[in-house]
Design a protein around this ligand. Structure first.
Ligand code: XBP
Ligand code: MG
Length: 252
């Protein structure tokens, strides 16, 4: 039995549905601008999401014959342009937070729970989402923003979670992770952190066997009840996910 002291948040797909209408669109803008005859449509991008990290995703598409060969510096340049396009899309306010995210964040912050981010996304892309979707004050409210190439191995490796815990001086036993994908859940699990999964259209069919709670969204009291896909700890009253449920996961 442990006390909940820390929440570690994934970003893409968890805080907001950034992949389909944010990252994917920005990749295509960068490809088009650079004269690459390549467009990642919605299903293709779903396949490519098996690989975390934008540069790694381009490399993967090259290796499977989707794009022509290019050196690492060119991939990095293409990805840098993609990140700029992504920041612009986010600044236009196109990507709202998912339901229940702000409520849980605010309740946890008010309760003195340490908040952190553990993501494979690029730091400047994360900054744009915080600034435009969450609000500037959240730069101070997150005690750590662990992102991108700060660790060599991206999710499903546990490294980004281990890094965040070390930075915070926090134990995995007092922490819950919030994730949306199989790679994300595996990363949290490999770091020994209990994990709540909130699925989206890209991740609903992923294998979350062993996750601590799997839901369609965190939800809100005034909206329809969320869909509970897996509830192995038998948490009660899951109309929407509350901070109390996250505490219960560690208490049980
Ligand atoms: C998701 C990712 C990222 C984004 C693209 O990160 O794998 O690569 O798709 O971002 P998470 P970059 O779910 O861990 O937040 O192009 O900046 O890598
Ligand atoms: Mg994610």
């Amino acid at each position: 039995m442990s006390e909940l002291k820390c929440l570690l948040w994934d970003v893409d797909g968890t805080l907001a549905d950034t992949e389909r209408d944010g990252h994917r669109v920005a990749f295509n803008m960068a490809f088009n601008e650079a004269g690459h005859k390549r467009e990642w449509d919605v299903p293709t991008y779903g396949e490519l999401l098996a690989v975390t990290g934008g540069k790694e995703r381009i490399r993967f598409d090259i290796d499977r014959g989707g794009m022509h060969e290019m050196p690492a510096e060119e991939i990095a340049g293409l990805h840098a342009r993609k990140t700029i396009h992504y920041q612009t899309l986010i600044a236009e306010g196109r990507i709202p937070l998912r339901s229940g995210v702000r409520r849980i964040l605010e309740e946890a912050y008010a309760a003195g729970i340490t908040l952190g981010v553990a993501t494979t996304t690029t730091p400047s892309a994360l900054d744009a989402l915080i600034e435009h979707s969450l609000g500037h004050e959240w730069f101070d409210r997150f005690a750590v923003l662990a992102a991108g190439d700060i660790v060599p191995a991206k999710k499903p490796a546990p490294d980004i979670y281990t890094y965040a815990l070390e930075k915070l001086g926090m134990s995995a036993a007092n922490t819950v992770a919030l994730e949306d994908s199989e790679n994300g859940w595996k990363a949290a699990d490999a770091a020994g952190i209990k994990c709540v999964v909130t699925v989206n259209d890209y991740t609903r069919a992923h294998d979350f066997t062993g996750a601590d709670l799997v839901v369609s969204e965190f939800g809100e009291a005034h909206r329809d009840a969320i869909e509970v896909l897996d509830n192995p700890h038998a948490l009660g009253d899951l109309h929407h996910v509350k901070l109390a449920h996250l505490r219960q996961l560690l208490a049980g």
